[in-house]
Design a protein around this ligand. Sequence first.
Ligand SMILES: Nc1ncnc2c1ncn2[C@@H]1O[C@H](COP(=O)(O)OP(=O)(O)OP(=O)(O)O)[C@@H](O)[C@H]1O
Ligand SMILES: [Mg+2]
Length: 313
Amino acid sequence: MKNVKNNDINTVSDDLDKDISWDMENIKEYDLKNENEKEHITKKDQQRIDKEYQKKIVERKKKFLESLKTENEVFDKRTLMNLYNLLVGKHVDELSGIINSGKEAVVFRAEGTDSETGELEEYAVKVYRVSNCDFKTMWKYIQGDPRFHLKRSSTRQIINAWVEKEFRNLLRAGDYINTPFAILKRENVLLMELICDEDGNPCPRLKDCKVDYEKFYAQIRDDIKTLYQDAKLVHGDLSEYNILVQDEEPVYIDFSQGVISQHPLSKTLLIRDIKNVCNFFKRKGVKTDYQEFYKHVTGSELHLLDEELAKNY
Ligand SMILES: Nc1ncnc2c1ncn2[C@@H]1O[C@H](COP(=O)(O)OP(=O)(O)OP(=O)(O)O)[C@@H](O)[C@H]1O
Ligand SMILES: [Mg+2]
């Protein structure tokens, strides 16, 4: 996918103009909260309101494109459209900075107003960089998943399935353990709850903060068991990088690699997850035992052959 440079942003702006009538309907629906208000609108009022909304949309669009310029992020045209469509949807008013910019994904912080309570809401928006994704690896994880029935797929379909997988895994895991609530997805863009402190600052990763390591180890051990036994999921990329700490509790993020327990790779990934967790806590002085951990999670012994297979991942 060809990237659009920031100075090409005007071409995207033209495409966005084409969608403006659709946007207007959406924003109007959203902003006219009072049903009675809608009933008593005269033609003249309608024209005035239309004009106001037109202005509002143009302002939002400008602000949005400007914010991307200052963040110095480069996205393809379609991603910009997906991001922009989030803005005129019911949730997000504006992007308010980058939390993390990695090779495959960038995570923005976003703000919006709850349409019912009028309260300020904070979100995290994860945007996959289509041009940097490792499609071969993604395909391997998607292929064995009975929830997806893709045969031969385009890169666009793979990225769609990948983000859909993260979205579904977050919701499924969230019924049992702490995860950000997944709100919606649009192709390579995922909108979710921001895991933050009471001042709205994003919570740190386990890697970056000090906790009661004994307590955390025990908690994570039980959470992985619950995830496996009840949610029937394996995280697949678990480490101190993908666990946030909120109110001294672990919150699990980054579920795109997660597989369901029937997946052919589930055992291998579970062993790798457990070893990652054990290695981290061992460095923090906790007495860990990955074989005992595995038995705690699955109820059966860890076989040497499975362990050997996991080493290749
Ligand atoms: N819901 C969230 N609330 C707060 N912070 C978040 C949230 N989701 C992600 N983050 C922050 O963004 C970082 C990257 O997110 P994530 O782990 O999901 O992406 P990633 O796939 O690892 O990206 P990359 O591999 O490109 O670094 C996290 O380490 C965390 O600091
Ligand atoms: Mg991560």
